[in-house]
Design a protein around this ligand. Structure first.
Ligand code: 5GP
Length: 192
């Protein structure tokens, strides 16, 4: 059994920066890696299912969870709440299971404050705002309004990149995946 706490690996970066793709590929490289399912007040998209991609809750239910101390950190993003359930992540960490999370910038910074040296924060940077806009439009899942909100959130988030442990530019998928993998391996070694 591992004698160190599980790492809380927090990945942030603008929506459309390829975060989901990078995370999926990195996760495949670490078969024992845990994951945290967030709570959100946004509506399920496409084939998303309760308890798989997210726990979908109403605003009132979400606010009750905050009041009850069940949420470790939360943020609002494009008009909805997103939060990390406390009990599950704390348990994984104390059991020594590393866990990878996809969070807003504020979320990663909040978990770094809570977990300190057990946390690793990585900012996944798109090559440029133009490329980001193209990728967002290419997804074809959002309205123009939502795309504009996501872009302005992206600009604001990119200003906080210095608060992260590392930045990885996602101009080449394979290279970005390799870089994230190496940062995780290095941190696992540092903490053991
Ligand atoms: P989406 O609506 O595209 O699934 O997610 C929108 C954003 O919410 C993503 O950029 C993701 O990083 C962020 N997010 C998802 N879950 C959480 C969470 O538990 N906490 C925070 N702070 N952000 C989250």
């Amino acid at each position: 059994m591992s004698r160190r706490n599980g790492l809380i690996i927090c990945i942030s970066g603008p929506s459309g920066a390829g975060k989901g793709t990078v995370l999926g590929l990195v996760r495949d490289m670490f078969p024992g890696m845990g994951t945290s399912i967030s709570v959100t007040t946004r509506q399920p998209r496409g084939t998303e299912q309760e308890g798989v991609e997210y726990f979908f809750r109403t605003k009132d239910e979400f606010e009750q969870m905050i009041a009850d101390g069940e949420i470790l950190e939360y943020d609002t993003y494009v008009g909805n709440y997103y939060g990390t359930p406390a009990a599950y992540l704390r348990r994984l960490s104390s059991e020594g299971t590393d866990c990878m999370l996809d969070l807003t910038v504020a979320g990663s910074i909040a978990l770094k404050k809570i977990f300190g040296r057990d946390a690793l924060t990585i900012f996944l940077m798109p090559p440029s705002l133009e490329v980001l806009e193209e990728r967002l439009r290419g997804r074809g899942t959002e309205t123009e309004d939502k795309i504009r909100s996501r872009l302005s959130q992206a600009e604001a988030e990119m200003k906080r990149v210095d608060e992260f442990d590392y930045t990885v530019v996602n101009d080449d998928l394979d290279r970005a995946v390799e870089e994230v993998r190496n940062l995780i391996l290095k941190k696992q070694e540092e903490n053991s």
